[in-house]
Design a protein around this ligand. Structure first.
Ligand code: SF4
Length: 401
């Protein structure tokens, strides 16, 4: 099993995504706590650790934490908006510490839309600079795209742009937003319908597959992934019996997730994929089960396609793969993740509820600077988060809004 644990290093951020699932709290993990958590992952024979946040590059102990995890034999990974990685020297420091893998979050190739989604003018230019620097490093880079109402019909266009602009990016993660928590819960207007994303997501998956690239899709029911059901993150975890431990910096505390099912509707009872489908991610009651449609695909074909990826998944022990017949007969999964104390048995300080509401959805949002300029970035570099201004390369074929 390729179990990977998560550590939220901080919960503040240098960007302000309107759908952030882990918005700001005053908590952070100190070096001793991080070492205890990493020791716990190593003792559980986990494959690796993902440093996340908030924005993990905002903690001064990131490089030391990466080095410690590598010293314990763990694969080291980070999820970042890329803003600080636009500083080549900082990226080099993390590479020297032993960072193996980075996920850069970019939600649209359209600069004005990316500004809106991240709440941060110029955010795409920073991500581009980070991706350019990563191309010259030994660190593997994937791209995370959060599917939301405003990019749901443009996913394939964003993929086409990445193929042309960053051919070294070989893997993408489409993460349908979670409308039950964080700012997405407050700003429900970001929630897409499944129908709204179906066409563009299918084109994006076909395009990536044809180009020999790989991808995963999270929180999307299998009836919206025709032909690519084996690329569902939840389906793969169900088949491979994987778990994950997440050390949140909020009231959830430490969560050990071993069950991946969400909600299944009446129509799911006749669907042949029900045992390997996580169903509808409905915890925010923002998605509509009327959008689900049963399919009649042989689930063994999906299981076999997941098994065929074994060689690209070095930590997965084939013996853990369940038989397809057993999966078909498997009972429905509980939706409740188990909570558990952190390794040191303590909790941090009391949580703060983040109820800050953004008032202006896209239609009322008028960006002053659709294309970030060196001046814009230089001005921002005077803030608490100094950066070398990255270039703002011309982008061929960028769609106008
Ligand atoms: S109908 Fe239900 S079980 Fe079948 S693919 Fe859709 S969500 Fe999954």
């Amino acid at each position: 099993m390729a179990n990977i644990g998560y550590i939220q290093m901080v919960r503040h951020c240098n960007q302000n995504c309107g759908f952030c699932s882990n918005p700001e709290t005053p908590w952070f993990h100190g070096e001793a706590e991080v070492r205890a958590i990493i020791d716990d992952f190593a003792q559980r024979d986990y494959f690796g650790v993902i440093f996340t946040g908030g924005e993990p590059t905002l903690t001064p102990i990131l490089a030391a934490s990466i080095a410690y995890a590598r010293g314990r034999g763990l694969h080291t990974r980070m999820i970042s908006n890329g803003q600080k990685l636009a500083d080549r020297a900082y990226l080099h420091e993390l590479e020297q510490a032993g960072l193996d893998h980075v996920h850069i979050s970019v939600h649209s190739h359209n600069r004005a839309l990316e500004d809106f989604l991240t709440g941060t003018p110029g955010s795409l230019a920073w991500a581009e600079a980070a991706l350019d620097h990563l191309a010259d490093s030994a660190i593997r880079v994937d791209v995370n795209v959060v599917i939301n109402r405003y990019n749901a019909d443009q996913l394939h266009e964003t993929i086409a742009w990445f193929e042309a602009r960053f051919p070294h990016v070989r893997h993408f993660i489409f993460n349908n937003l979670d409308p039950s928590i964080g700012r997405a819960h407050t700003n429900q207007y970001f929630t897409p319908t499944l129908r709204a994303m179906e066409y563009s997501l299918q084109l994006a998956m076909q395009r990536l597959s044809a180009a020999g690239r790989t991808f995963r899709v999270e929180k999307v029911p299998l009836c919206y992934m025709a032909g690519f059901e084996h690329c569902s993150t939840e389906t793969r975890k169900i088949i491979k019996s994987e778990e994950r431990i997440v050390h949140f910096l909020d009231e959830k505390g430490t969560v050990r997730q071993q069950l991946w099912g969400h909600h299944q509707a009446k129509v799911c009872e006749v669907c042949t994929l029900r045992a390997i489908c996580a169903g509808l991610f409905d915890r925010g009651e923002a998605y509509d089960e009327a959008e689900l449609t049963p399919v009649f695909v042989d689930p063994r074909e999906v299981v076999q396609r997941v098994a065929a990826d074994e060689r690209s998944d070095p930590a997965w022990r084939r013996s853990q793969l369940r038989g397809a017949a057993g999966l078909v007969a498997a009972p429905a999964q509980s939706r409740a993740p188990a909570t558990m104390p952190p390794p040191d048995g303590s909790r941090l300080v009391a949580p703060q509820h983040n109820a800050k509401r953004r008032r202006d959805p896209w239609q009322d949002w008028h960006p002053v600077t659709p294309t970030p300029t060196a001046t814009t970035i230089a001005a921002r570099s005077d803030s608490d988060d100094p950066l070398s201004p990255p270039p703002s390369p011309a982008v061929a074929g960028e769609g106008a809004l």
